[in-house]
Design a protein around this ligand. Structure first.
Ligand code: SF4
Length: 413
């Protein structure tokens, strides 16, 4: 079942700031950029838009580190134009960074975080009218009835006894992705093609419906990210090299992760990095700038200190304790790896020295080794056919759209 052909109109900027992922928000986000004279370079580097980038980074970090996803609270006042701009464009910035990573795990984790935030807000914190607006955006239809409770006036009981019904087609499409007997069709009352979303598992009817909406929000956001990634070329993605590096490293080090490969494959590493590793492995002396760059680059790519230390074991002056101490210091400082110009100045760019030729390095916009990595990742993502899902007949009840965090467990079976 596709989304409704016509979305309900939403004019309230504070509502769009709260739910910037809504399809109706796309035009609003564009108008925020034009009305405030924010072009791509300003969004990435502009000093005065720093709060937008900080908010975007927070959204990503919360997706990575919090099991409940992006926090539903913000310190910005979404009833004021400035707060609306920071919230809306913070979301937009985060989306561009995760897309520019071409890292499927990061995209899934961020989408999961945003969808979980929406689930929480929709289930608990917004008024009924807003809830129904959002519901009509993502489902083909919805209706509600007030269930009367003995001894309580209908008016007083309204919020706790509103029961939602949705078309069977929407339920059939979205519910198989959620674990728990509540979500099996045989356990839901159906009348004339409408499925009743009764209260259950300690949640109200509205919270159950919000849980279902989370599935559609996740699906729509993933599709939007895929479209963005298809449109991004090397140069565009390269502009986000620095925040992408930070987020990928954060994901790599996040608790409970079972990531077996580094985010950037060895084949993605730029010539300046591989030549420093090769020179050290041959026992040649690499100057201070080259060593510092190798350490900062290793951290930005999510390598552990032990992995980074292994590059130095054949250095003529190698000392395990000193190497690990110095690496620890640089890792703690979270320094951005040196730019191409700095490496050229210190004779650590093999392309400018003519010892290696590389077409990517010769492009005008290639100004940073992290841009090289992102361009390589983008090309690899583009050229690798998507993995076919393996269907396990034993796991029909599993959540099929789990993000890296493991997804929803309703525990109501
Ligand atoms: S051009 Fe930049 S990325 Fe390429 S080898 Fe030189 S320093 Fe590294």
């Amino acid at each position: 079942m596709p989304l409704p052909r016509r979305f309900p109109t939403i004019e309230s900027p504070s509502l769009l700031a709260r739910f910037p992922f809504l399809p109706q928000g796309e035009e609003w986000l564009k108008s925020l950029l034009t009305d405030n004279n924010i072009d791509l370079d300003t969004l990435i580097d502009g000093e005065w838009v720093e709060p937008i980038r900080i908010r975007g980074i927070h959204r990503m970090l919360e997706s990575i580190n919090l099991t409940e996803g992006v926090s539903s609270t913000t310190r910005h006042d979404i009833h004021e134009p400035y707060g609306q701009m920071v919230e809306g464009l913070g979301f937009y910035y985060a989306m561009l960074v995760v897309c520019a990573s071409f890292d499927e795990r990061l995209v899934k984790r961020w989408v999961e975080g945003e969808a979980s935030r929406a689930d929480k807000l929709l289930g608990e914190s917004i008024d009924e009218q807003t809830f129904e607006l959002v519901t009509h955006t993502y489902l083909s239809d919805v209706r509600s009835n007030i269930q009367s409770v003995a001894g309580v006036s209908i008016h007083a009981a309204k919020s706790s006894t509103l029961i939602y019904e949705i078309p069977m087609t929407d339920f059939i499409e979205l519910s198989p992705r959620i674990t728990g007997s509540y979500w099996r069709m045989v356990n839901r009352p159906i009348s004339d093609g409408w499925v009743t979303m009764c209260a259950g598992s300690g949640e109200s009817s509205r919270q159950r419906l919000a849980r279902l909406l989370k599935e559609r929000i996740r699906q729509v956001l993933v599709e939007r990210c895929q479209i963005n990634m298809e449109k991004m070329d090397d140069e565009f993605a390269g502009k986000f090299a620095d925040p992408v590096g930070k987020m990928v490293a954060e994901l790599q080090h996040s608790k409970g992760q079972e990531i077996k490969v580094t985010a950037a494959h060895e084949g993605d590493w730029p010539p300046c990095m591989t030549s420093a590793i090769t020179d050290l492995a041959r026992g040649e002396n690499v100057n201070h700038a080259g060593r510092r760059f190798l350490a900062n680059m290793s951290r930005a790519l999510g390598l552990s200190i032990d992995e980074a230390a292994s590059f130095f074991v054949n250095a003529p002056d190698y000392n395990e304790g000193t190497t690990k101490y110095q690496l620890g210091h640089l890792y703690e400082g979270e320094y951005t790896p040196e730019k191409c110009n700095t490496l050229k100045l210190h004779a650590r760019c093999p392309v400018s020295q003519g010892t290696i030729s590389d077409t990517l390095c010769n492009l005008e916009w290639m100004t940073h080794p992290l841009k090289y990595v992102r361009a390589q990742q983008r090309r690899r993502a583009r050229d690798t056919p998507p993995e076919q899902p393996v269907v396990d007949p034993q796991s029909k009840e599993n959540n099929q759209t789990n993000g890296a965090k493991g997804g929803d467990e309703d525990n109501d079976s």
